[in-house]
Design a binder for this molecule. Sequence first.
Ligand code: C2E
Ligand code: CA
Ligand code: CA
Length: 296
Amino acid sequence: HVGCSMGIAVFPEHGETLEELLKHADIAMYRAKDSGIEYSVFDSEWSPYSRERLALEAELREAVAEDRLILAYQPVFRVADGSRAGVEALVRWPREGEEVPAAELVSLAEESDLIRSLDRFVLRRALRDFPGIASRADGDLELSVNLSPASLHQRGLTAALQGLLEETGVDPSRVVLEVTESAALRNPGASHRTLRELHEIGIRIAMDDFGSGFASVTYLRNMPFRRLKIDRSLVREIGTSSRGEQLIQGTILLGQSLGMEIVAEGVETEEQLEWLRDRGCDLVQGFLLGRPERSS
Ligand code: C2E
Ligand code: CA
Ligand code: CA
C-alpha cells in the first residue's frame, strides 16, 4: 500500500520567494499527512506555535537526510565487578549552537514518519562507530540502541539490520535493541513478528522504561525480552519509599526468574547503587557512573 500526501502553497499569498513557498508547501504537506488527508492548502492563519513546530520538523527532516545528527554514548556497568558491560547510543541534534534534547527531538519525529529514518540513521551510525569503541575497551562490549514503536512495525527492519551487521562485522549477540512496552501495545502482531525475527538472528531485546507506563505481564510472557530496564522514576524511590523499593525488588525477582537480565537506569547516588547491588541487580546505568558522551 502506497500513500501520498500533497501540500499546496499559492504565490504570492503564501510567500514571495521560492524558498518560502516551498517551506509553506512542506508545512501543508505534513499537516495533510498528520491528519490522514490527501492534500492540504497552506493557511497563514495557522497558529505560530504549530507553524513553528512544523517548520522545526522540516528542519529536523533535513538534518536527518544530511547526516547532521550525532550520537552520545552512555556506559552501562556490571554491578558484580564494576566493569563496563556496554554503551547505549543516544541521539543528539546540534542546532543553532545548542543541543535539542533527545526526548523532544524523538517526540517531534514520532509525530510523522520521520522517526523511522531517524532510527535507521542511529542504527547505522551506532553500528559503524561500535567496532572503534569496542576496540578501545578492555573486555567484550555490547551496544544498545533505542527503537521507536513505529520502527518496530516497519517491515524490512530485520533485513536492513542484517545488512548493517554484515557491513560492520558486528556480532549480533553484541547488540541490544531497547523498546518500550507501548511499542507492543500499539500493534501487537507486527511488533511480535519483528521482535521474533530479531531474536532469531541473535539480537537481544530489552524492555525499556519498565515501571513508567502500564507494564503488562502479557508482554513479558509473549515477547522475547532478554533484558528489563527499570525506569529511573522507580530507581529514584530507593531510600525514600518502601513501596517503591518493594516494587523494584519484586521486579528484579520477576525478571530474573523469567531469565532476563535487570538493568537499573538513572542511578545517581552511591546509596542507590549499594541497595541495587544488595538486591542482585545485574547492570546499572546513570550519572553516578557515567554520563552520555560523544565518542571521539
Ligand atoms: P532512555 O532510553 O530511557 O535513555 C536514557 C535517558 O536517561 C537519556 O536521556 C540519558 O541521558 C538519561 N540519563 C541517564 N542517566 C541518568 C541519570 O542518572 N539521571 C537522569 N536524570 N537522567 C539520566 P536522553 O539522551 O535525553 O534520551 C531521552 C530519551 O529519548 C531516551 O530515554 C529514549 O527513549 C529516547 N531516545 C534517545 N535516543 C534515541 C534514538 O536514537 N532513537 C529513539 N527512538 N529514541 C531515542
Ligand atoms: Ca533506552
Ligand atoms: Ca529508559
